[in-house]
Design a protein around this ligand. Structure first.
Ligand code: GTR
Length: 338
């Protein structure tokens, strides 16, 4: 009986083994094929530190590409602006000198006008509204439209909403008057600050901390994870949650690199980017809350904005001036509201 059991056991193991071998050989077949394909080591430039949710999204993307090409395509993520500030990185990506990057839509707008739409204030009601637009036809069309700027958009990542932080307390719109506020480098952001009676100082992200410390600027604006991890809260401690913009992040590849890839590799890369979004968004949601708690625990005075209307009224000239150039995008954003 025992012997019979043993034989039955061995037989079922063999059967299972041959089934696995069946799958395996199929895998090996395609792996062999893939192994014949070109090997690459690419670089991905990221502004944020290694453990920031967005950087972890990049890393997930790299890991999926590596897995799905059986190690043939390696993407090394360089965090903390090691490869340069966003604007300089985008220029390198256009040339193909850096293959991948994850950047904010704001600096991207200087290279591809459509992305300026995200700098327009208060165009989204909330995160869900923004994602409905991003994952719809118009959002995807914008990613594809980057081709004419020598890049290819792969996916969007979350970046919450941006609010002002200042040296002196700001509790209402009028308090911003006369303050020097750092902005991400694009024209709409400059107009946005002017509409609030403040003076806009564009500068790269990496210079903001010293700018705040030395008093070159009186304040800046960002989401809570950036305010925390870039240590800006150590220099200025008043955070007013006006949520004037939702500026999504974009994961992109150089068109020079894209054109070199096989159709199969392109598919793998595009899908891996899309699949990494879930990871980034999950981590983002958690870290956004965690950041706010940490900011408060470190003495940051957080002011909620209960009535956003005066803020919206103040920045309306920005929509009046630039909205004309974004008719199609704004119509799709309106459609996504329903
Ligand atoms: C962050 C964004 C960065 C960078 C930064 C900035 O929210 O994730 O990529 O653009 O803002 O203000 O420069």
């Amino acid at each position: 009986m025992n012997r019979k059991k043993l034989i039955a056991g061995v037989l079922s193991l063999m059967l299972a083994g041959s089934l696995f071998a069946g799958c395996g050989s199929k895998d090996t077949g395609s792996a062999e094929k893939k192994a014949e394909g070109a090997k690459y080591t690419f670089r991905l430039a990221e502004t944020h530190p290694a453990d920031y949710p967005t950087t972890l999204g990049d890393k997930k993307f790299a890991e999926l590409v590596n897995e799905r090409t059986k190690g043939r395509i390696k993407i090394e993520v360089f965090p903390s602006s090691q490869l340069g500030e966003e604007k300089a990185v985008i220029e390198q990506v256009q040339l193909g000198a850096i293959e991948f990057t994850r950047v904010s839509s704001s600096p991207l707008a200087e290279f591809n006008k459509a992305f300026g739409v995200f700098s327009l204030p208060y165009i989204f009601d909330n995160d869900a509204h923004m994602w409905k637009f991003l994952s719809g036809e118009a959002g995807n069309k914008m990613l594809d439209g980057l081709e004419k700027s020598k890049m290819k958009g792969l996916a969007y990542y979350s970046s919450g909403s941006r609010s002002f932080y200042t040296k002196k307390p700001v509790t209402k719109v009028e308090d911003l008057k006369g303050l020097k506020i750092r902005v991400q480098q694009n024209k709409i952001n400059m107009d946005l600050i002017s509409s609030l009676g403040a003076s806009a100082t564009p500068m790269p992200y990496g210079e903001v901390f010293s700018g705040l410390q030395t008093g070159v600027i009186d304040g800046a604006e960002n989401n809570s994870p950036s305010y925390l991890t870039a240590n800006h809260y150590q220099a200025v401690k008043n955070y007013i949650l006006d949520g004037h913009q939702r500026v999504p992040e974009v994961l992109l590849i150089s068109k020079v690199t894209w054109d070199k890839l096989s159709e199969e590799d392109r598919k793998i890369i595009k899908q891996a980017a899309i699949d990494s979004v879930t990871t980034q968004r999950e981590l983002w949601g958690k870290f956004e809350k965690e950041s706010m708690d940490k900011l408060k625990a470190n003495g940051v005075v957080v002011t909620e904005v209960t009535d956003v209307k005066p803020w919206q009224a103040a920045v309306k000239p920005v929509i009046d001036k630039h909205g004309e150039n974004y008719k199609e995008e704004l119509a799709a954003i309106e459609q996504a509201r329903k």
